[in-house]
Design a protein around this ligand. Sequence first.
Ligand SMILES: Nc1ncnc2c1ncn2[C@@H]1O[C@H](COP(=O)(O)OP(=O)(O)OP(=O)(O)O)[C@@H](O)[C@H]1O
Length: 497
Amino acid sequence: MKVELQHISKRFGTVRANDDVSLTVEAGSIHGLLGENGAGKSTLVKVLSGFISRDRGTLLLDGQAVEIKTPADAIAFGIGMLHQDPLDFPPLSVLDNFLVGKSGSLFMHRRQALREFRQLAVQFNFALNPNEKVSNLTVGERQQLEILRLLSLGVQTLILDEPTTGISASQQDELFAAAKQLAAQGKSIIFVSHKLEDVDELCDRVTIMRQGQVVGNLEIPCPDETLVGLMFGRELAPPVKPNTCQDAAALALNNIRLSTDRLSVKIPNLTVHQGEVIGLAGLEGSGQQLLLLLCAGLLKASSGKMRVNDVDMTAKSYREYLAAGIGYSPADRLRDGLIRGLSIHEHVALRTPPNGWFVDWKGTLEKTQHAIAMFNIRGKPQTHVERLSGGNQQRTQLALLPVPLNLLLMEHPTRGLDIESVLWVWQQLIARCEGGTAIIFTSSDLDEIMQYSDRVIVFSGDQVSEPIDATELTVDRLGQMIGGKFGDRHQALSVST
Ligand SMILES: Nc1ncnc2c1ncn2[C@@H]1O[C@H](COP(=O)(O)OP(=O)(O)OP(=O)(O)O)[C@@H](O)[C@H]1O
């Protein structure tokens, strides 16, 4: 199905999220949509998929003007969107989720639905158990389920909104193979991304947006410098990570075991030096997050000792962890890091110790304006955090972290950020290391782990590696270890589930 968006405009208050945007996606093609954080990509695809109403503009499908006002209208016209966080029902089974949206689904013969589900799953090589609860699936598996559901609803145009964020390399291969198969069948795919290598690998054409407008429409392959130049209006140079490790220890872990209902992890004895960066690599849910939560004082170890700057923190309260100069930046910014419904100014006020009984609104407003300028946040003091784009939410979260810190714990520090924001975030983190802060971070981007870590710990299913000097690793080797092939040189501790 050929999709045309013509002269689309959409404002949010004074923000022109889409300003006279036109885009044509040919049937049987995979069309990339690139742009910096806040460029207007999500707004455009949400207009097409009926989640947002446009102020102006026309939608044409195979040359016919159509009116799409709701997601149900979009599905009826054969347009489906895979959201970054799949819109599914985690307490229900895979099969029950597959049935959602089908007309008369309650009465539909489950056996017939199961047959359809299995046929589609085999076609795309997705290994999904129809009886599994969705809450037990990884993000990649939930995406696969949503793709099958949308296809069973007859979708001819599939929008993928940053689908490679938070999924494994093999799931990405399966996703790309499925997208190519769908395009070969004549379906059109719109692929929203920040990752040039993904666009290079998958797309036939790419449209680049900046500040609400289209600034380029190119055939792929195309040199990265051309794409970066269009996205940001200038060339970008990655920050060089100097050796910032000092002799003094910031954190020491001894005989730590962490346990939850589903996982019990033995952490290697570890001394993290001031200024050092430790990367935690592995599939989601392998225990990396537990280690960060332990160090943040949000999870107690079932055994072992933890010291920060030579002070025993093992039995201390969360407040004492904060007072010890430990900062934590969670991956899910709107669930764990920021508070929906509150403005940037209100967040800064919450972070500022009260002066007597009253909040110093004037003083905290000045602080907020300073933070917005320093962290280059595209928003105003009164902007509610949920209205900021992903990159600007992350900048806000970073702006709220205290200075100085002894230990900074970051979960996926650059997830969903554009290349410029990624480089900017790491500049800030490297500056903190130069000031002596030790950093432990998780990332599903192996290049990021390799580029910025001094040492790496790999978590894989039932094993945790000793810390490995990053200079001894390659991305391929890291990938193998995540897949469980530790080899003799990089011994693993056992983990029991
Ligand atoms: N519901 C909303 N209310 C107010 N402003 C909004 C709303 N949704 C988006 N915006 C603003 O519109 C602009 C475009 O946002 P959009 O989410 O479309 O960008 P994006 O290119 O998808 O960014 P990202 O890559 O960070 O997701 C941003 O300035 C954003 O803050």
